[in-house]
Design a protein around this ligand. Structure first.
Ligand code: ADP
Ligand code: MG
Length: 353
């Protein structure tokens, strides 16, 4: 099935709700044709508001524009924008069969019976639902329901697919497998897709690029790897994973250094003026005490299955968290060596809230 794929431009869109709530501050965003973009952020940050503005389910404050493939759709109602939507828990029609669910959008558009059957057949193949045509949603697995929801959303050949936390209500294990399946399906459809989630793992697994949002605004946009390694804001660093704060006393700053457990480490020249730097738990190195390394005392050890999390006590810093390999045998009370590679340090323009 040939799907059209178009870029989406959000230009200067803000949303003030009737009660005065600023759901979204002035936002400009360019989504590339065929890319899967995730809108990621905590509950209430404006993800759904932005998605609904793109869909045409909400009207932006005066001056905001929504453009699909170079065409201004701001004044078009939702049914004339050419979008497909997937909602939380998929919202399938429980009394309809799989094929009736998938064909729903075609029927309300007046597509003939034979043509509906042909197109639904194609979608059944595409989403690997063969043999389940006559089943009802209640008789399907979570993965099968997800495929029906996607098939239903793309049946009308949308130019843009919008997904609002479709996986949010699932338990952790099922969520992970459906997330991977969804990532694969979106690649196969190769459609412009905007996926809303508050789950950073899900966003990283599904999307090409992430848009990290906080309090009604976009904080940073980029590839998951770039955002994780080089966040521009403390908020982004913390939201995408864990971070330790490393403090720098005035004398360490004057010397261009960072002090860790009695040892001095080079601080990247561009951050000489920062009194706080960040490092991820997996980027703190822990080993036997040795020359050139700092010393720390292990306060706590947590076996997490795929790794061991250590809480370290050091003289110049607040307690630090280090994630080390699962075979690591260090115990509370042990003295260990710690070091950090300067290129694993992170900074941010604003200080940690
Ligand atoms: P998210 O999807 O990121 O959880 P929303 O876009 O739903 O966030 O909401 C953003 C902000 O706008 C929140 O403060 C929310 O309470 C508010 N909001 C959302 N919908 C409405 C509405 N219809 N009327 C008033 N405030 C709303
Ligand atoms: Mg929401």
């Amino acid at each position: 099935m040939e799907l059209e794929r178009v870029p989406v431009d959000v230009i200067g869109c803000s949303k003030t709700y009737a009660d005065g709530t600023r759901g979204l501050l002035a936002t400009t965003l360019a989504v590339e044709a065929g890319e899967v973009l995730a809108l990621l952020g905590p509950s209430g940050c404006g993800k759904t508001t932005l998605l609904r503005l793109i869909a045409g389910l909400e009207t932006p404050d005066p001056g905001g524009r929504i453009v699909f493939g170079g065409q201004d759709v701001s004044d078009r109602p939702v049914e004339q924008r050419g979008i497909g939507m997937v909602f939380q828990s998929y919202a399938l029609f429980p009394h309809m069969t799989v094929e009736a669910n998938i064909g729903y959008g075609l029927r309300i558009r007046g597509v003939g019976k034979a043509e509906e059957r042909r197109q639904v057949g194609e979608l059944i193949d595409l989403t690997r639902l063969g043999g389940l045509e006559k089943k009802r949603p209640g008789e399907l697995s979570g993965g099968q329901r997800q495929r029906v929801a996607l098939a239903r959303a793309v049946a009308v050949r949308p130019r843009v697919l919008l997904l609002d936390e479709p996986l949010a209500a699932l338990d952790a294990k099922l969520k992970e497998s459906l997330r991977d399946e969804l990532a694969e399906l979106l690649r196969r459809l190769h459609i412009t897709a905007i996926h809303v989630t508050h789950d950073q793992q899900e966003a990283m697994a599904i999307a090409d690029r992430l848009v990290v949002m906080s309090a009604g605004r976009i904080m940073q946009i980029g590839l998951a790897e770039d955002l994780y390694r080089a966040p521009k804001h403390a908020f982004v660093a913390e939201f995408l994973g864990r971070v330790n704060r490393l403090r720098r006393a005035p004398d360490a700053m004057a010397a261009g250094q960072l002090r860790l457990g009695g040892a001095s480490f080079a601080c990247p020249p561009e951050w000489q003026g920062q009194d706080t730097l960040f490092v991820r738990p997996e980027d703190l190195q822990v080993g036997a005490p040795q020359p050139g390394w700092g010393e720390a005392r292990i306060e706590q050890r947590m076996f997490l299955g795929d790794r061991v999390r250590l809480k370290l006590q050091l003289p110049e810093q607040d307690p630090l968290t280090a994630d080390v390999g699962r075979d690591n045998a260090y115990r509370p009370g042990d003295t260990v060596g710690v070091r950090v590679d300067p290129d694993r340090l992170m900074s941010s323009q604003e200080s940690m809230a």
